[in-house]
Design a protein around this ligand. Structure first.
Ligand code: NAD
Length: 372
């Protein structure tokens, strides 16, 4: 790793002291799983009971303080019944995708969390919002900007909040990244790099355009897109260039990309080079400024993130569940009528960027300016 000069060198002890002081502030400022609350818990219904719901969101809802699991939307009544038993909610709170309108009559449920394949997000968010429920929608928000617009319009018309499942926006290593981007203690991050890739072994909907909307960029590449915008102080790029790599398994990735590389250009000259693939393993984000750098590696996992700077490892207290922190924060925003830090507009922003990346790749790497 390249070492950049430090303006004011800090000892490891001094550095760790600074980091732990800032962590304490973050921990206090942030509603965390485990934080006690005297106010009522909101009811969540998970819509889609696949791997992420079963492995992460359900268990996280056993840790949350501001909300709890009170219902499900599923195509399988048997599966719904098993969830009702495990989580202790009544069988009447098991819905089918076709009966979501009836959620409107159910006062147990305040928030619907949509965790279905990407191409179904729009219809399920719109159904939940139509039933006057606040909504969390998994990433990517949808498979097109046009769908994002329809979702935002419906949520506004029904006066409900919409949030995107960007769990890393609450993760302490990313809070640290955002703090450096905000306080500019090392200067502006001008150079970013990294990527997120994993080898897809079994056929699944993620390799089908009809349900996924695209390939690894939609599923994994969206994480470095998010991280780059955080390092750029919450701003979006002004332009992108991209190129799809030749497929090694064309029969497997028939109508989606297998791997894609892209560059994001930010106002002021900052630039990030990233990649994503379903045929590789990569899990890294790095941001460099004139007086310092930070690298997060692994960068996007559910736990075990590690970060290093030019000076030292970054040692942070990490809550037991990223998803519990994320859901507790949204429940608090709903309960206290506060804006969420991961609104639907952020999901739409990322879809604009993703569409521009695909447009550049389709035009042989032409520079595509971002227009919101
Ligand atoms: P999954 O395939 O394990 O689960 C999808 C669920 O949707 C299943 O219960 C399936 O029965 C249901 N479904 C309803 N209609 C369907 C249809 N027509 N075709 C296929 N399935 C249908 O997928 P997953 O890994 O749980 O991912 C679901 C969503 O969550 C995706 O949008 C994904 O991007 C997102 N996700 C987010 C994270 C994160 O860290 N934020 C992690 C994993 C997945």
């Amino acid at each position: 790793m390249k070492n950049l000069p430090l303006a004011a060198p800090v000892s490891r002890r001094e550095f760790l002291g600074r980091v732990s002081a800032s962590t304490c502030l973050l921990t206090l400022a942030q509603p965390a799983a485990g934080q006690s609350s005297t106010r009522r818990k909101l009811g969540v219904a998970l819509c889609g009971l696949g791997n992420y719901a079963r492995g992460q969101l359900g268990p996280a809802l056993k840790l949350t303080q501001n909300c709890e699991l009170r219902g499900v939307v599923t195509g399988s009544p048997e599966k719904g019944g098993a969830w009702a038993k495990e989580y202790g909610f009544p069988a009447k709170n098991v819905y089918h995708y076709d009966t979501m309108a009836r959620l409107a009559e159910n006062l147990d449920i305040d928030i619907v969390y949509v965790v279905t394949p990407n191409a179904l997000h729009a219809q399920h968010v719109i159904a939940a919002a139509g039933a006057k429920k606040h909504v969390i929608c998994e990433k990517p928000m949808a498979v097109s900007v046009a769908e994002c617009d329809a979702m935002l319009t419906t949520c506004r018309a029904n006066n409900v909040k919409l949030s995107i499942g960007y769990r890393l926006q609450f993760e302490p290593h990313y809070e640290e990244l955002k703090r450096h981007a905000r306080e500019l203690d090392w200067g502006v991050f001008t150079r970013m790099s990294g990527g997120f890739s994993s080898v897809m072994k079994e056929p699944q909907w993620r390799a089908e355009r009809k349900l996924a909307g695209g390939g690894p960029l939609m599923d994994l590449g969206i994480y470095p897109v998010q991280a780059a915008c955080m390092a750029a102080g919450g701003t979006a790029p002004v332009a992108v260039t991209a190129s799809e790599r030749p497929k090694q398994r064309p029969e497997f990735f028939r109508d989606v990309e297998e791997a894609i590389d892209w560059t994001m250009e930010f106002a002021g000259g900052a630039r990030g080079d990233f990649s994503t693939s379903y045929n590789d393993n990569l899990n890294k984000f790095r941001a460099e400024a004139a007086k310092g750098w930070i690298e997060i590696n692994p960068a996007y996992s559910y736990s075990g993130l590690q970060a290093f700077t030019h000076a030292a490892p970054v040692i942070l207290a990490v809550p037991p569940s990223q998803q519990a922190v994320q859901m507790d924060d949204f429940a608090r925003c709903v309960r206290d009528d506060l804006p969420t830090r991961v609104p639907g507009d952020m999901g739409r922003r990322d879809m604009v960027i993703i569409e521009a990346i695909y447009a550049s790749a389709a035009q042989g790497g032409k520079r595509v300016e971002i227009a919101f």
